[in-house]
Ligand binder design. Structure first.
Ligand code: PGA
Length: 261
């Protein structure tokens, strides 16, 4: 059975001074059973957050990693630098695809680096509004996932057993608009079909798929009600303990219902 996962992506918010107290508040507010809880602060606040959530069961993730193992890349962070600091790392977020021009293949190389370091990859994908309006959403996202995972496969070690895929329609991120639960579920099924083509149905069934894009306490229930969706990647609401309380409670209910089914 796939885990139910809620991940807060703090993006470029919080400071070393306030990240720890906020993480402690969120850990306390989300203290539910059978839900994997992950907080992804900026690199500079990983230490403070890790200290604050110690013993709470909350896991810490980075928001990005470099595609190369080491070298002359001023200001960048490699997977080996994150090793031992975080069990999780987001790759391929649409804000990085937009601002740093990250390609699907580069995202795949980042997954390879994380696998080598023993860090679990949370790989993002998602279509632009024009692509959805043109009826090309499924094909676009399937092509992203295929290209990234083919890059991972080309490294020769198969696909990682701890891969998580986050489907985040770009038009829904930070806009207050969400996909419908049905559209997100249709996409999750399409993503799993692509993964199954590459690595078999059994592996595809084991990969958790999260929805992201303006998830709040009000909207989360619609997504986790879909059997193909295993949780959420949460931006804005992930900085708000009161929002995360409700999201965690709904996630715990879903996890219990799935375990009983
Ligand atoms: P949002 O961000 O919840 O603020 O839309 C989600 C994300 O970018 O991961």
């Amino acid at each position: 059975m796939r885990p139910v996962i809620i991940t807060a992506n703090w993006k470029m918010n919080t400071t070393p001074a306030d990240a720890g107290p906020l993480a402690a508040d969120i850990a306390k507010a989300t203290d539910v059973a059978n839900v994997t809880r992950i907080i992804c602060p900026p690199y500079t606040n990983i230490a403070a957050v890790s200290a604050a959530v110690e013993g709470t069961g909350v896991l810490v993730g980075a928001q990005n990693v470099h595609a190369e193992a080491k070298g002359a890349y001023t200001g960048e962070i490699s997977a080996s630098m994150l090793k031992g600091l975080v069990p999780w790392c987001i790759v391929g977020h649409s804000e990085r695809r937009r601002d740093q021009f990250e390609s699907d293949e580069l995202v795949g190389q980042k997954v390879v680096q994380l696998v080598e370091a023993g860090i679990s990859p949370m790989m993002c994908c998602g279509e632009q509004l024009e692509e959805r309006e043109a009826g090309a959403a499924l094909a676009t996202v399937q092509a992203q996932v295929k290209a990234s995972l083919e890059t991972v496969l080309a490294a020769g070690n198969g696909l990682p057993s701890d891969l998580v895929i986050a489907y985040e329609p770009v038009w829904a991120i930070g806009t207050g608009k969400t996909a419908t639960g049905a559209d997100a579920a249709e996409m999750a099924n399409a993503i799993r079909a692509t993964v199954a083509d590459l690595a078999g149905a059994e592996y595809a069934e084991s990969v958790p798929i999260l929805y992201g894009g303006s998830v709040t306490a009000d909207s989360f229930g619609e997504f986790i009600a879909e059997p193909s969706i295993d949780g959420a990647l949460i931006g804005g609401a992930g900085l708000k303990p009161d929002q995360m309380t409700v999201i965690a409670a709904i996630a715990a209910e879903a996890a219990a219902a799935r375990a009983a089914a």
